[in-house]
Design a protein around this ligand. Structure first.
Ligand code: FES
Length: 104
């Protein structure tokens, strides 16, 4: 497992997904309040960037902009069709407002 610096939480706009390239991965990072969620930036239905979609800050889900599948931010589980498989998610640690993502 390796940790990668994502920057400071204050640089992330609440509820606005941001694509980030970390090592050889393309991730989508979403801040909601003091929590930060990181998923692979690739819908499990077809190869499409989740960072293009909208975040529902009430249900803590992100919508794929292509066909509308919803994914739970905390674990990448699909919550609606047409997606049926989860998207990989990653743990995030915070240290004095600085974020690190842990990747296998
Ligand atoms: S590509 Fe995401 S729902 Fe189809």
């Amino acid at each position: 497992m390796t940790s990668f610096d994502l920057g400071v939480i204050d640089d992330f706009v609440d509820g606005e997904p941001r694509q980030m390239r970390i090592s050889d991965r393309v991730l989508v990072v979403v801040r909601i309040g003091t929590d930060v969620y990181v998923l692979d930036d690739r819908c499990s239905h077809e190869d499409f960037s989740l960072a293009e979609g909208e975040v529902n800050v009430e249900s803590l889900e992100i919508e794929c902009a292509r066909h509308g599948a919803m994914f739970r931010l905390r674990d990448g589980e699909p919550m609606s069709f047409p997606a049926t498989k989860p998207v990989a998610h990653y743990d995030v640690t915070q240290n004095n407002g600085r974020l690190e993502v842990i990747v296998p």
